[in-house]
Design a protein around this ligand. Sequence first.
Ligand code: MN
Length: 336
Amino acid sequence: MSDLEKILSLISTGKRFLITSHENPDGDAIGSMLAIGLGLEKIGKEIIYYNKDGVPLLLRFLPHSEKVISSLDDVHVGFDATFVVDCTDTSRVGVKFEDFKNRGRCGVTILIDHHQTSKPSADLYILNPSASATGMIIYSLLKTLSLRLGSGQALKITPDVAMNLYTSILVDTGSFRYSNTIPEAFEIAAELVELGASPWEISQALYESESIGKLKLLGCVLPTLEVTEDGRIASVVVNRDMFKATGTSKEDTEGFVNFPRCINGVDVAVLFREEEPSENGSRWKISLRSKGSVNVAQIGERFGGGGHERAAGCTISGTLAEAKRLLFSAIKEVLQ
Ligand SMILES: [Mn+2]
């Protein structure tokens, strides 16, 4: 029996399911969690939605996002199966979850993801690295499931499910701009709009609901823009004084790295964000973005971080000047 068949049969026989995703969840993680869970609730399953970091403020417009809990302490009854969506490794769900799993509470673990991996860590999995978002895999799973259940059953893609899935695709394709945007992403998005997803409501919530503080912070950050002589590396800096002056926090830097990236001719964009200092002095959390010719995951890994080809990160200790020198020389090596 294929994993998909096993998963479908687990869904029909099981009663209680846990649904979770990676820490620091994005729109694909939360949207996928809610979509599959709401679908299963429709056919009478009992669902617990868990994410260690809860739902970020920006994503609280997602229908039923208030159902997501951020602690497993009060969950005393085990599950028939656990879905881990949008991550290939269950360890990315967090140590509390690993502990919960190791105590045998999760039942069968099922991974559903679109990231590339050689060894997914679960009992069963559906992996499709060509899918633009995990939400696309969830959509076809829900469709398969409803066909399988037949017309007597109530599994329909409701407007609430459609909103969650549309958001997951929108976010992971960068609003249908990134190179991972395959024709199927548009096809599914069209179907989701027919099923009740509202593109304007979603893009307004995601892109036109910024706080005044965030804009003021951006005002502090843009003057720090530096571009290397050859024009290929651009960086901006956020320090702790800027957070203090604008009453903002690290969450408000979301998307800032896209400003240096948008410059014509830039291959690698960098955001330096000052962290709480350690005993050894300053620490800089670094976000790296590539326009495609450079694999920034390689650069992140060199400093103990990691990520994807086009989006990666790491942390470097030292003064800003030291962090810049170390990082830029590593990027320049890759650029040559
Ligand atoms: Mn994703």
